[in-house]
Structures are given as C-alpha cells and as structure tokens.
Ligand binder design. Structure first.
Ligand code: ATP
Ligand code: MG
Length: 251
C-alpha cells in the first residue's frame, strides 16, 4: 500500500538532509510503529507524506497503491484514502468542528463515488462515533481545535479518522498529552479501525501506546534513517534500554 524507497529530504533552503535514505513498505492490514529519539525525523516523514511544501525531496520515491505520491497534491492524497493525524493539530477559527467534519466526510464520499450523507444521517453517525471517543456535542459546535485541550485535539483527530475511514492512517504522537483514560479511549478508536484492507503507521515515543495498539512491525528511526526493524518485542527492549544501541548505527 505504501512504499517508501530510499527517501532523502531536506528543508528547501537548507543544505543538511533530515531524511537520509528511508526505506519502508507497509502492506494492507499492517500496523507499523515508528519510534526514535527527538529530532530523528519522524514528524518530517509524516509532513512529507501529507504533502507539506517546506521540504525538498532530493532522492527516492513514495508510492501509494502503486502511484507516485510525490506527484499528488495534499487533497488528492486525502481523496486517495490517506489520513494524517499531526503531532500538533492546527486550529481553524471560524469553522465549526461539526461543519468541518461534514465537509471532509462528504468530500471523501465523493472521491469514493458515493452520495453525500443527508444531515440526519450525518448527525447520527457523528453522534455515535463522538460518544465512543467521549467527545461532547458541545465540543463539536466549537471552532475546529480552537481552545481544545491537548487531549481533546487528539480525540477530535481520531473522530475525523473514524468518520473518513481512510486506507492509510499515519498518527504522529497521538498519545502525547493524553490522560490514562483518554489513551485507552483513543487506542480503542484506532483499534476499531484496524482491518485487513487498512494500514497504519503509528509514530510514538512510548511502549504504553503499543500495549493498546499492538504493532506488527516496529522501526527505529535515528538521524533520518531506519536503523532497526523488529516486531513488538523491539519496543519493549527500547523501553528498557533506550536508543543507545541503535543511534550510533546511523552516524
Ligand atoms: N523547518 C525546519 N527548519 C530547520 N530544521 C528543521 C525544520 N523542521 C525540522 N527540522 C529539523 O529536522 C530534524 C527532525 O525533526 P522532526 O520534527 O522530524 O523530529 P521528530 O523525530 O519528529 O522529533 P520529536 O520526537 O521531538 O517529535 C530536527 O533536527 C529538526 O530541528
Ligand atoms: Mg515529532
């Protein structure tokens, strides 16, 4: 589903490469965790997948279902079924969360060749999914993410994801700032979306998220390269020993 081949990238006007040859293949049904020290390039990778403009790809390619993703605009990527939950979700003043969700969902349905949902059907769907994530209807009337607490922003991203039913979900530190109950709620939301057709890339610092969302594959990113790949046991080992054994490998 997602094939990243020898990806090198830097900030447009900067010489130094942030990503220095990433190879990553994610098949349908798989959940991959990406871990790694601060500044290793995890968020950069997610921004590049999202199509953020600030980066220059100096080498390599990204294929999404066999198509060259780097040629696709951000909205085309979304229409093709890719979803990103950012480490720092953006605030959109002036757009009620509910309105945003409806527009996003109907755009997605259109891209899939489906009719838009009627307002009552949309309300029913959103109510049920919001209740699962412990999100109040009052919160959905507020402008998107404006004044939401850290944990509320993360939950609203998972609500978006569960409505859109994307093919590929990339979650950047969805666990940061979540209280213990919210961590469980968000993880359940993510787990509900696991399916043989859908793939996920979960960026996280902590094993505790992976207790809830059990990954098939775990990667360690260090200085812009994947320096180690393993199964869920790798995350446990990192929790115990830290990154010391792997960071030198990327020098
Ligand atoms: N706009 C920018 N200008 C200059 N350097 C940048 C820019 N964006 C990212 N970098 C650098 O690229 C490196 C990778 O950053 P990135 O945010 O991808 O790290 P990360 O692995 O997500 O870290 P964290 O675990 O702290 O979230 C860092 O050294 C960062 O300072
Ligand atoms: Mg980051």
């Amino acid at each position: 589903m997602l094939e990243i081949k020898n990806l090198h990238a830097r900030i447009a006007e900067d010489e130094a490469e942030i990503l220095r040859g990433i190879d990553l293949t994610v098949n349908p049904g798989e959940v991959h965790a990406v871990m790694g020290p601060n500044g290793s390039g995890k968020s950069t990778l997610s921004y590049i997948l999202a199509g953020k403009e600030d980066y220059e790809i100096t080498e390599g390619e990204i294929l999404f279902n066999g198509e060259n993703m780097l040629d696709m605009e951000p909205d085309e990527r979304a229409a093709a079924g890719m979803f990103l939950a950012f480490q720092y979700p953006i605030e959109i003043p002036g757009v009620a969360t509910m309105e945003f969700l409806k527009t996003a969902l109907n755009a997605q349905r259109k891209a899939r060749g489906e009719d838009p949902l009627s307002i009552p059907d949309f309300m029913k769907t959103v109510k049920a999914k919001a209740a699962d994530l412990n999100i109040s209807m009052d919160m959905l009337k507020r402008p998107l993410n404006v004044g939401f607490s850290g944990g509320e922003k993360k939950r609203s991203e998972i609500l978006q994801m569960s409505l859109l039913e994307p093919k590929l979900c990339v979650l950047d530190e969805t666990d940061s700032g979540l209280d213990i109950d919210a961590l469980r709620i968000v993880s359940e939301g993510v787990n509900k979306l696991r399916s043989p057709e859908r793939a996920m890339v979960v960026i996280t610092h902590y094993q505790r998220l992976l207790d809830h969302i059990v990954p098939d594959v775990v990667h360690v990113l260090s200085r812009g390269k994947i320096v180690k790949t393993g199964d869920k046991a790798l995350a446990l080992e990192l929790e115990k020993n830290g990154y010391a054994d792997y960071v030198d490998a990327a020098a």
